[in-house]
Design a protein around this ligand. Structure first.
Ligand code: M6R
Length: 601
């Protein structure tokens, strides 16, 4: 979703801003822009479409500037267009702003304060910058006008504002939208995500909601809305800038699919102590031991990982577990148990729907554990406990390695909880995950075959179905999300037994139906479901597990523990979707209409 970059220093700002925006491309956007300030005033460059076009536009101008702000926009208020792209300027052109988030009361502000102002865009953002100018007219002090404007806003925002008459300051504020200030030597930066500016600094200041920051070349001052100055230590981001490059891979998605065995091995290493036992924060262990019910909250792919996690937590650790879609839970909370623990699963740690639930349950006094790939993220900071996925940056919008990492960490958590309760069983997740990593590797070696399968099943089709039972049903749901989000083929994942209750009516001559058969207890039933659709003309394909295979299966996956089959069966599903998108000339890493980090509700 929208991304912000700002720079104030002594070098040319344009490259820092453009490079930063390129690093934020993965979040999803439909227009982009930068504003630079120099002795002759503010220059604004904006385009609808890609950063590459913005680069070309900026290259036409050779003005030197050593401060500026940049933005990638994912449209919410107003269509993607140059007029609606950020930065936006006040009527006189004195103030220029970039904003991420949604201003809920922008219509009220417009009526109350901006009745005489002609707005140039349809955005809620423009209202902020016009408000600053109107308030400046009353207060005659930029800092006070900015503060007052921020106080009047309702909703979510991360903003960066520059004043054409001040080459020393970027004004920054944040509420419910991610924003960091990066510290440098003789310069400072502002970014939605440290990935944007990791090339120039690895030291960052976290900002809390409703804080204002005065960012100068040589200092940064964090203030509360009441003006109280806050003293905060920076943290160091331990990311290698190379992790964010795709190297020789044509797409980040393919790189990330292939990284999965490495990620699983990294998780084993991070969660194993010197006696080869599970290593887990004692506080988490204690919290898990005290709960009577777990509520998993997540969205999209993370929700699908939660469905698998529920099986681990109930079957292994005996803890009743519910899995909820974050956006639904916010306004439709079920009756809670006496001692609930909320487990937030989120690759980015920034998903606004999940954050909204976290805020609510914190108000109710319930504990929260976040399982995330980004330890310094909002969901991590605001929960009581965090478990890190150690998957490395996931750049492709379609989540792959984060999904398998989430399942692996949930398995470890469930077994640790079970052991702490004295439950015994013959399942060592660390050992079993090692077997999984090897199995994943042998599947990614089969890319040619999977590419051919993708052509056979998806080349012409407008729709596709995935079916499974038990664990396979959860993977079927994830498989269909992968296919639809990057190839735009209408796809659904169904429980095999449910087809005859309605969906089977959709089966026509040639409809692709991909079935997973990795669960022994339902192996024959799912094969029966395949027969049912084949009899009605479906183009069927069965992917089974070694030991359960039958003649004619399209692929036989290496044997892994039955509970961990989603970790291997999802890999061919990811590759099938990847090749389907590739052959349809879709933008694999940046599918239309989607954002990587969904920071609006
Ligand atoms: O960062 P999160 O895991 O909280 O994101 C949740 C979903 O937006 C995300 O999983 C989305 O569904 C992916 N694009 C799916 O590939």
């Amino acid at each position: 979703m929208c991304g912000i970059v700002g720079y104030i220093g002594r070098n040319d700002t344009k490259e820092v801003l453009l490079n930063g925006l390129e690093k934020l491309e993965y979040r999803g956007y439909d227009s982009a822009g930068i504003a630079t300030l120099s002795n002759h005033g503010v220059d604004v460059f904006k385009v609808k479409g890609r950063i590459a076009a913005l680069r070309e536009k900026v290259a036409e101008d050779d003005t030197f500037s050593n401060m500026g702000i940049g933005h990638t926009r994912w449209a919410t208020h107003g269509a993607p267009s140059v007029e609606n792209a950020h930065p936006h300027q006040s009527a006189s052109g004195r103030f220029t702003i970039v904003h991420n988030g949604v201003i809920e009361n922008y219509q009220d502000i417009r009526k109350q304060y901006l009745a005489d102002v002609n707005l140039a865009s349809e955005t809620d953002t423009e209202v902020i910058v016009q408000l600053v100018e109107v308030l400046y007219g009353e207060l005659n002090d930029v800092s006070a006008a900015f503060r007052k404007a921020i106080e009047l806003l309702k909703g979510s925002y991360a903003v960066g504002l520059i004043d054409a008459e001040d080459q020393e300051t970027i004004y920054v504020a944040k509420n419910r939208s991610p924003l960091l200030v990066g510290l440098g030597d003789g310069f400072n930066v502002v970014a939605s995500d440290s990935m944007a500016t990791l090339k120039v600094t690895d030291r960052y200041l976290e900002l809390e909601d409703k804080e204002i920051v005065i960012v100068n070349r040589d200092y940064v001052e964090v203030q509360k809305l009441n003006g109280k100055v806050v003293d905060r230590d920076p943290f160091t981001v331990e990311l290698d800038a190379m992790d964010m490059e795709k190297g020789t891979y044509p797409h980040f998605m393919l790189k990330e699919i292939e990284e999965q065995p490495l990620v699983i091995r990294k998780i084993i290493q991070e969660y194993q102590d010197e006696n080869d036992e599970i290593k887990l924060d004692e506080n988490i262990r204690r919290a898990m031991g005290e709960v009577d019910r777990i509520y998993i909250i997540a969205a999209g792919t993370s929700y699908h990982a939660g469905l698998v996690g529920k099986q681990f937590l109930e079957k292994l650790a005996n803890v009743p577990t519910e899995v909820h879609i974050a956006s639904e839970f916010s306004y439709n909370m079920p009756l809670l148990s006496e001692k609930p623990l909320f487990v937030f699963i989120s690759q980015s740690g920034e998903t606004a729907d999940s954050r909204s639930v976290l805020v609510k349950i914190k108000e109710l006094g319930h504990p929260a554990l976040t399982i995330t790939n980004v330890p310094g993220s909002t969901l991590s900071r605001e929960a009581n406990y965090t478990l890190h996925l150690h998957a490395g940056p996931e750049i492709a919008v379609a989540s792959t390695k984060a999904y398998t990492a989430q399942i692996a960490v949930l398995a470890i958590l469930a077994v640790d909880t079970a052991k702490a309760k004295g439950l015994t069983f013959d399942f060592n997740p660390l050992q079993e995950l090692g077997i999984v990593a090897n199995a994943m590797e042998s599947i990614t070696d089969l890319q040619e075959e999977i590419e051919q399968m993708s052509k056979d099943y998806f080349a012409e089709t407008r729709n596709a179905f995935y079916i499974g039972r038990g664990m396979d049903y959860f993977v079927a749901q994830e498989a269909s999300l992968k296919l639809k989000e990057i190839s735009y083929i209408q796809a659904e994942g169904f429980a095999g037994g449910e087809l005859k209750h309605g969906t089977i009516a959709l089966i026509e001559e040639g409809t692709p139906v991909i079935a997973l058969a990795t669960q022994e207890n339902v192996n024959l039933s799912i094969r029966g479901n395949v027969q049912e659709v084949a009899a009605r003309g479906a183009n069927t394909c069965i992917i089974s597990l070694k030991g359960l295979e039958q003649e004619g299966d399209a692929m036989v996956l290496p044997k892994v523990h039955e509970l961990l089959t989603p970790l291997v069966s999802v890999v061919p599903m990811q590759l099938l979707a990847y090749y389907a998108a590739l052959h349809r000339d879709c933008d694999v890493d940046k599918p239309r209409n989607l954002a990587k980090s969904v920071t609006v509700e």
